[in-house]
Design a protein around this ligand. Structure first.
Ligand code: PFF
Length: 456
């Protein structure tokens, strides 16, 4: 469906919500959120996280929606359209570059999920000692063939969906993948909470211990909120350029925020009750789902190997689906930019982006193995890319988009976008605009400085 200016739109409001939620729900929810929660003491972290999602996350998301829908251009061109002749265009270009780099290394981890599905199906996760799971992960992730193969497969699937277009590729895949993901996450959480001994894990997640709350917990929660909600690189603003005039920006942001938080908490409900049930610590960090969890499934269903296989396959399929809807959105930012800026066809633009990402992905994957001695600032390339994008580029992009909508865009235009040109009341507008003007830029500056170690 094209709008009056010839731009493709999502076919329905539900399609728009599911596509945006698909971008938000990803490895950040199922992989990063549980280990951040585990490292920061459980329920207190979750409460703070949820508070920050609503206080900062949703206003910035509405700001990104405003930029995209108003400009009717992907993020790479939107700032140039809205503030022609100014340097703001660089914020758009920064978003494209950030998305491209994230896609490169994010696809490496996404590829790992395919290896683990394969291993689960072929019995490779059965009968190992805890040290055996560590060895298996270390050998695999440092390898030079299998991770690259799965990376290529994952990027190829992403490419296929993006090349099919906004409605037939992105929207249609979100409408299939998101419900599948909800079903899997709910089934797995029910299995996990019904294991004997799961109560400790449930109370770890649901009973806050405020003695654990430090400034670091706030900062960790804020970084997690941006990454998880896909904010700071114009991914959602690119999707918003396909929103129709009746899509309600506030309600869509609220739905995306709720879905994203729901999946994150349910992922915690999959992992912690199961880990506590078999006496495994919840603070294993990033390796939690690739090393700890296969072990948990084997132990939890020691007498019923079929269940162990089923749960492992279901879990890694869940992870792969979540990752796929996010890689699609990351890919779209660069693809749409190349189409708009250089007039490429979608297929050609998508091919260029995929080829570039294969290179970034291969380099990041090999940097965990044979190329680990090439370092930038003491980090191998994979971690350096993660640091550069998640800790520097995303907060910078989020702060600049808040400032752009809060201070630079015409006030009437901003109000018109949140009220759909007077059709809605938009009673949250006064709070929203003040968060964008003051609270968000200052808050982000604080995380940013802290993460760079400049606050002591
Ligand atoms: N939100 C995704 C996740 O939680 O895994 C990651 C992500 C996607 C970050 C798209 C940024 C982005 F633009």
């Amino acid at each position: 469906m094209k709008n009056s200016e010839g731009r493709v739109n999502f076919g329905s409001r539900l399609g728009a919500i599911l596509a945006a939620a698909g971008s938000a729900v990803g490895l950040g929810n199922v992989w990063r959120f549980p280990y951040e929660t585990g490292n920061h003491g459980g329920a207190a972290f979750i409460l703070i996280y949820v508070g920050l999602v609503f206080l900062f996350g949703l206003p910035i998301m509405i700001a990104e929606f405003t930029i995209g829908r108003r400009a009717k251009a992907s993020t790479g061109e939107a700032y140039r359209v809205l503030a022609p002749g100014t340097q703001w265009k660089w914020v758009g270009y920064l978003g494209v570059l950030t998305g491209f780099l994230i896609l490169g290394y994010y696809s490496v981890v996404s590829g790992w999920t395919l290896e683990y599905i394969y291993q689960a199906l072929t019995g490779g996760l059965a009968d190992k000692t805890p040290a055996g799971y560590i060895q298996m992960f270390d050998d695999f992730s440092a390898g030079s063939f299998r991770p690259l193969l799965w990376l290529a497969v994952f990027l190829f699937i992403t490419h296929y969906v993006v090349a099919k277009g906004v409605k037939d590729g992105i929207e249609r895949s979100a409408k299939i993948l998101m419900p599948a993901l909800f079903v899997l996450v709910v089934i797995l959480a029910c299995c996990s909470v019904s294991l004997p001994g799961a109560e400790k894990g449930i109370s770890f997640l649901l009973k806050p211990d405020f003695s654990k709350v430090t400034a670091d917990v706030f900062l960790g929660a804020m970084g997690q909120a941006f990454f998880s909600l896909s904010l700071g690189m114009g991914c959602l603003s690119t999707y918003a350029s396909y929103f129709g005039p009746n899509t309600r920006l506030g309600a869509t942001a609220m739905s995306v925020g709720l879905i994203d938080t729901f999946v994150a908490i349910l992922s915690g409900l999959i992992i912690f009750p199961a880990a506590f049930a078999v006496g495994i610590n919840p603070d294993a960090g990033p390796s939690l789902i690739f090393i700890t969890l296969p072990n948990v499934f084997q132990q939890a269903f020691a007498g019923i190997p079929v269940m162990a296989v089923l749960c492992s396959v279901a879990f890694y399929v869940l992870l792969a689906l979540a990752a796929l809807t996010s890689t699609i959105s990351l890919h779209e930012v660069s693809t749409a930019f190349l189409c708009e800026k250089f007039g490429f066809t979608r297929g050609r633009a998508a091919t260029l982006v995929t080829s570039g990402c294969v290179i970034v992905g291969v380099v990041s994957s090999l940097s965990l193995g044979v190329w680990k001695h090439f370092t930038i600032g003491g980090l191998e390339i994979f971690s350096a890319l993660d640091f550069l994008t998640a800790k520097i580029m995303l907060p910078t992009g989020a702060m600049l988009s808040a400032i752009f909508v809060g201070w630079v865009l015409d006030r009437k235009l901003v109000r018109d976008e949140v009220t759909n040109y007077g059709q809605l009341r938009g009673s949250y507008y006064p709070v929203y605009i003040n968060v964008l003007r003051f609270v968000a830029p200052i808050g982000i500056a604080v995380i940013f400085l802290n993460e760079l170690g400049l606050l002591g």
